[in-house]
Design a protein. Structure first.
Length: 151
């Protein structure tokens, strides 16, 4: 019996990381060129827009971005008057982030572009392929996190 050889280009964790970075870099270039924001800043804006208000710690947990990246993005967005910090009634040691009116306008401008970029890539796949791919990604998440999963 022959031992399996590690080939990076066939190693699925590497392939996922490579493809995610490739896609993220392409999107980041668009956001920087069109809107003058980084991918981390966009992710913070998107999470805040989706939740209405959210703590930096919650963004870290939901996005898997590290604390320093989220903190820097939040500071930059606050300085640009796109975000503001509100008292957190559940925890006085943290703040809730919320979009300013300007932040809401920026989100409204970027969201359609984000969906257009997504469509530009995934329009090459059938709805069934996308559903299967999404299901597989969620199952991988659950397995890695040690959560119950189907299959």
């Amino acid at each position: 019996m022959t031992a399996k050889t590690l080939r990076l280009d066939q190693f699925l964790p590497y392939r996922l990381s490579f493809t995610a970075a490739l896609l993220s870099d392409t999107i980041a270039q668009s956001y920087e060129t069109l809107f003058g924001i980084t991918i981390a800043e966009w992710r913070v804006i998107a999470w805040v827009a989706e939740r209405g208000s959210i703590t930096q710690q919650q963004i870290c947990a939901q996005s898997r971005m590290d604390k320093v990246t989220v903190s820097r993005a939040a500071i930059a967005l606050t300085e640009r008057d796109l975000l503001h910090r509100l008292p957190n009634p559940e925890d006085r040691r943290s703040h809730l982030l919320a979009l300013t009116a300007e932040g809401q306008r920026l989100h409204a401008a970027i969201a359609p572009k984000a969906l257009e970029l997504e469509s530009g890539v995934f329009s090459h796949f059938s709805a069934e392929e996308i559903d299967a791919f999404t299901t597989m990604l969620r199952r991988i998440d659950a397995i890695v996190l040690g959560e119950p999963h189907e299959g």
